[in-house]
Design a protein around this ligand. Structure first.
Ligand code: ATP
Ligand code: MG
Length: 339
């Protein structure tokens, strides 16, 4: 029996999390869901967007399945997602981008995974204005890249590649200009690559990489990069396969791992029952893989792909003429699993 912390989230969160839980349970994997609140739902009940009980639950279970959260505007609340990342040292953000048959995009045969360093780089939060006579004359932001942090993320990327039987790791950088920060990251990558002779290693400068992603996306396999480049390239990759509604993400840390949809809480469609549950369901598949339930993970992924390929029982974002909603689509996926 697996113990997993379950956070339904805000907006469309509860509906897509509910759909994903039903799909996961249809595989027969035994999970005890430890339900906890965060985001607006927690503010309403406990006046705290991230209650101690939620943190404790994740600390104990070490695995969390999380719907999208809204950070309340005003009231001085910190972003819940940032706090979770820092509390559990979630250093690796992993996002597969694999083309779907049945989703209309200009790109075919995309099958790549971005592994983004998520704790350092330009997002270390060390930023300030330089003032002269109380006038803001300049601003500076400091990027931190450590040898340890680089080793940790690049090692993770290679281990992931090995486990997922992927063939190539592309390290993305800007070492021609950022000779220290990007230079160190690249140097560490070249060193670690030697320990994985069966996996091809290449490095690419981020601008050239961006162009190649939209001209020859099929040439990429695993991409590993620093925080800012990873933020941008992983959204770009999601766009290649049809957008954020289809993209799942894992946040892997030293103290816990957290699985989620990449999109937000989409308040505009929150009460309509039409949110696409795909990203959340695929986050569930990533989580099952992480906890060693490989067959269940594969079964879910295949069922989702079949339902999208058939293009009938899908949410309106995938088929404008569809009158089906979140629950119909999840039920169609469940039928594929149990039949
Ligand atoms: P947040 O403030 O939590 O990020 P948001 O309104 O920015 O919420 P996003 O999820 O970032 O919402 O996405 C922007 C828009 O994309 C949404 O307003 C919604 O119309 C659409 N969208 C996002 N996710 C889904 C989904 N799962 N199914 C259908 N449409 C979606
Ligand atoms: Mg958003």
């Amino acid at each position: 029996m697996h113990q997993i912390t379950l956070i339904p989230g805000d907006g469309i969160g509860p509906s897509i999390v509910d759909a994903a839980v039903n799909v996961i349970e249809a595989t027969g994997v035994k999970i005890h869901w430890d339900r906890q609140l965060a985001g607006m739902a927690a503010v309403e009940k406990y006046a705290d967007p991230l209650p101690d009980a939620t943190i404790e639950s994740i600390r104990n279970n070490r695995i969390c399945f999380k719907g999208p959260l809204t950070t309340p505007v005003g009231g001085g609340y910190r972003s819940v997602n940032v706090t979770l990342r820092q509390t559990f040292n979630l250093y690796a953000n992993v996002r597969p981008a694999i083309s779907f048959d049945g989703v209309d995009t200009p790109f075919r045969n995309v099958n790549l995974v971005t592994v983004r360093e998520n704790t350092e780089g330009l997002y270390s939060g060390i930023e300030h204005f330089i003032k002269v006579d109380a006038e803001k004359l300049a601003a500076e932001s400091i990027a931190i890249v450590t040898k340890k942090g680089s080793e940790r993320i690049i090692e993770y990327a290679f281990q992931y590649a090995r486990k997922a039987q992927r063939k190539k790791v592309t390290l993305v950088h800007k070492a021609n200009i950022l000779k220290c920060t990007s230079g160190l990251f690249l140097e560490v990558g070249r060193e670690i690559a030697k320990a994985y002779p069966e996996i091809e290693f290449e490095d690419k400068i981020v601008d050239a990489c961006s162009m190649q992603l939209v001209t020859k996306p099929e040439t990429f396999d695993v991409i590993v990069t620093t925080n800012l480049f990873g933020d941008i390239l992983s959204d770009l990759a999601a766009g290649l396969i049809g957008g954020l509604g289809l993209t799942a993400g894992a946040n892997i840390g030293t103290d816990a791992a957290l699985f989620e949809a990449v999109h937000g809480s989409a308040p505009d469609i929150a009460d309509k029952g039409i949110a696409n549950p795909t990203a959340m369901i695929l986050a569930g598949a990533m989580m099952l893989e992480h906890i060693g339930e490989f067959d269940a993970a594969r079964t879910i992924e295949q069922a989702v792909r079949k339902v999208i390929r058939d293009g009938k029982v899908v949410t309106p974002d995938l088929n404008r003429n569809s009158s089906y909603g979140t629950k119909h689509m999840a039920d169609a996926i469940i039928r594929e699993i149990v039949e």
